[in-house]
Design a binder for this molecule. Sequence first.
Ligand SMILES: [Zn+2]
Length: 199
Amino acid sequence: MQHSPMSNTDVATTQHRRFTAIVRVAFLPFMLLGLNGAAIALAGGGAPKWQFVTIVGLAIGVSFAAERIAPYRSDWNQPRADTPRDVAHALVNEALQLGSLLLLPSLVTILAIDGVWPTGAPFWIQVLASVAVVDAGITIAHWWSHRWKPLWRLHSVHHSIERFYGFNGLMKHPLHQLFETMIATTRRHTAQAHMTNRG
Ligand SMILES: [Zn+2]
């Protein structure tokens, strides 16, 4: 069998495949280590708030671009009349998240336990400790939501989606999100309250 030289189309296809492979491999380390690392470094240095907003904007932009370039399944990039529903969930759930932040000072006052949080540890260790505590809380809330029927009725909304794309991670029943946030963060705030009170 004779080998013919590669046509322009073949070259373009090969380059596209290579680019897609790079996006697939680099996406997770870029988001997890790159952007999170940048945010932790900025927070440790007391950077102005707008810089964090820029990082979040960049993370959202890169996520949407990556799923366009290297989708797990290309048909997941096609809307299935689900966009208005997902936008509504995003608005309601994000507003609730912001609302729960406003409750933080009251929680701190009520639930403070002195001396539990490692306030003397370097900032990045405190960040990792926060991640571990919050993630354990989310896991417990999630585990429980799959096993107890009243909680499953709320959580099943999250599992009703028919395609994965960047916007439907927020597709949760607001009450489920409230429950999950409560379990995930209350213990952390309780432990950290002493530090926060001291400013
Ligand atoms: Zn689940």
